[in-house]
Design a protein around this ligand. Structure first.
Ligand code: GLU
Length: 512
């Protein structure tokens, strides 16, 4: 039986979306598009204590920026809504009660103190994993141990209760993960998880299964951290009698720290100076902030390409893929089991590639805008020249202006180190001569002319040009290194060039 592919990305709005979550969204998206299926965004907001205002919008904006656009979402609902779990709240109870009726779930009335006492008892008895399960539940206050009348009376009195799943004592739970193969777990290792909380809200497990069922999800593609929950989910499908439509599971490998030692965290980003979130985050109700790839100057196509390769590869040497090419090439069987090291150098490499692939027209806008922010008006023509000069040397768009700004803003200081090493009498001779030639020059002035005139000046004063080149650069740009110097001369034009040289000759003392 082949069903229309329907996959979902189901983040909880508890803060900014981690880059690992974005990768999960991307893989879901690619899989859906590859199979002409539907990509759904579902907001899992049943844990009200952890709800963070602004987090939903953050998720939306991040996905929009990257073009990982859901076909169905809270903002673009299809026929399987609601797409926010809290809006489905009234429905979950009936599903939990259905399980109670079938004998797969039960009411539990234990107070926090009683649960704590149980934990202490078990810990004292050296139980490694103290939990509410098929053995311990027999000593607790629940509808399996209390009489039917007492349960009824407690429920009617309005006493708080939860509904727990009744995990069978001895059963092998198996699932065939598309990435990991067969996963087998003995039910004695599982606990009787709460399905309905005392506030009338479902827990993640219940809501997730009910929603996946109602939304006709065919494949659950999510992070490895959910693998331990998968056996419970399989049991729930069985308990509900939904085995036939149970989705297939694919648990994605973890994103690891750059050195491969452990899971990538926000702290790693802070420590090593790179973002681990798609866009900037400012928690509206606290002072929590986080930097994003977008604001750091990463292009969406670069981040997308980078993320696609964190756990997946096409099986050949190719590394550069547009979104459409990723859709074409993507398959779950090429996702690895091993964690993927987060190599920010690779992200930069992608960024450089996609930046270079942009037209001068597109890039000159960055220069014009960045210049404007600092109060400079740069013409389109000039900006285009500045882009041509720097585009192959930079990683981020903001560097286009930073690296070529000296063309607009005459440098008033000179790199001391370069000056002390390279500024000498020979340089002064060549530059004095050159400045004069420039002044007398008429007609076109391009890189070629600039170079010929400079070579002629060096000849005239009998100095080897190669020996003074760095000093020449220093005089005109204030720095010892940078883009092609003759191109710089051509952009500056003969007059500005001569002025700069004269200014430098004036400012810099001659040593030796
Ligand atoms: N709400 C879960 C999360 O935040 C979803 C896990 C799943 O995809 O089942 O990651």
């Amino acid at each position: 039986m082949s069903r229309e592919v329907r996959v979902r990305f189901a983040p909880s709005p508890t803060g900014p979306l981690h880059i690992g979550g974005v990768r999960t969204a991307l893989y879901n998206y690619l899989f859906a598009k590859k199979h002409q299926g539907t990509f759904i965004l579902r907001i899992e907001d049943t844990d009200q204590a952890r709800y963070v205002p602004g987090a939903e919008e953050y998720i939306k904006e991040s996905l929009d920026w990257l073009g990982i656009t859901p076909d169905e979402s809270p903002w673009n609902p299809g026929n399987f809504g609601p797409y926010r779990q809290s809006e489905r709240k009234p429905d979950y109870m009936q599903y939990a009660l259905d399980l109670v009726e079938k004998g797969h779930a039960y009411y539990a009335f234990d107070t926090a103190e009683e649960l704590e006492a149980m934990r202490e008892r078990l810990t004292a008895a050296r139980v490694v994993q103290p939990q509410y399960n098929s053995i311990t539940r027999t000593q607790m206050k629940n509808s399996l141990t209390l009489s039917a009348e007492e349960v009824k009376a407690r429920l009617e009195s309005g006493e708080p209760y939860v509904i727990r799943v009744k995990i069978p004592r001895k059963e092998e739970v198996r699932l065939n993960d598309l990435i990991r193969g067969w996963v087998m777990v003995h039910s004695s290792t599982l606990d009787d998880k709460v399905l309905m909380k005392s506030d009338g809200m479902p827990t993640y497990h219940l809501a997730n299964i009910v929603d996946d069922h109602l939304m006709k999800i065919t494949h659950v593609i999510r992070g490895e951290e959910w693998l331990p929950s998968a056996p419970l989910h399989v049991l729930l499908y069985q308990f509900f009698g939904w085995e036939d439509s149970m989705p297939e599971f694919a648990h994605l490998p973890l994103l690891l720290k750059p050195d491969g030692n452990g899971k990538l965290s926000k702290r790693d980003g802070d420590r090593l100076g790179f973002p681990v979130f798609p866009i900037d985050w400012n928690n509206p109700s606290s002072s929590e902030t986080a930097m994003g790839f977008r604001e750091q100057g990463y292009l969406p196509e670069a981040l997308l390409n980078f993320l696609a390769f964190l756990g997946w590869n096409p099986g050949d040497e190719r590394e550069l893929f547009t979104k459409a090419e990723l859709v074409e090439a993507f398959s779950i069987d090429r996702i690895g089991k091993a964690g993927a090291k987060f190599d920010i150098a690779k992200a930069k490499w992608y960024n450089e590639h996609y930046l270079r692939a942009k037209s001068v027209d597109e890039l000159q806008q960055f220069v014009i805008q960045d210049a404007q922010k600092e109060g400079f008006e740069v013409s389109e023509e000039k900006a285009a020249a500045m882009v041509r000069l720097t585009k192959d040397r930079v990683t981020f768009p903001a560097e286009l202006w930073q690296e070529s700004k000296f063309l607009i803003v005459t440098p008033s200081t000179f790199d001391d180190q370069v000056a002390s090493k390279r500024w000498n009498a020979d340089a002064v001779k060549v530059l004095t001569h050159y400045a004069e030639r420039l002044q007398n020059h008429s007609g076109e002035f391009d890189a070629e002319t600039a170079k010929n005139l400079l070579a002629a000046s060096a000849d005239a004063v009998e100095v080897k040009l190669g020996k003074v080149m760095q000093a020449v650069r220093l005089a005109v740009t204030g720095a010892g290194a940078g883009p092609d110097l003759m191109e710089i001369f051509a952009i500056l034009g003969v007059k500005e060039l001569a002025n700069r040289i004269r200014f430098a000759l004036d400012q810099l003392p001659v040593n030796g």
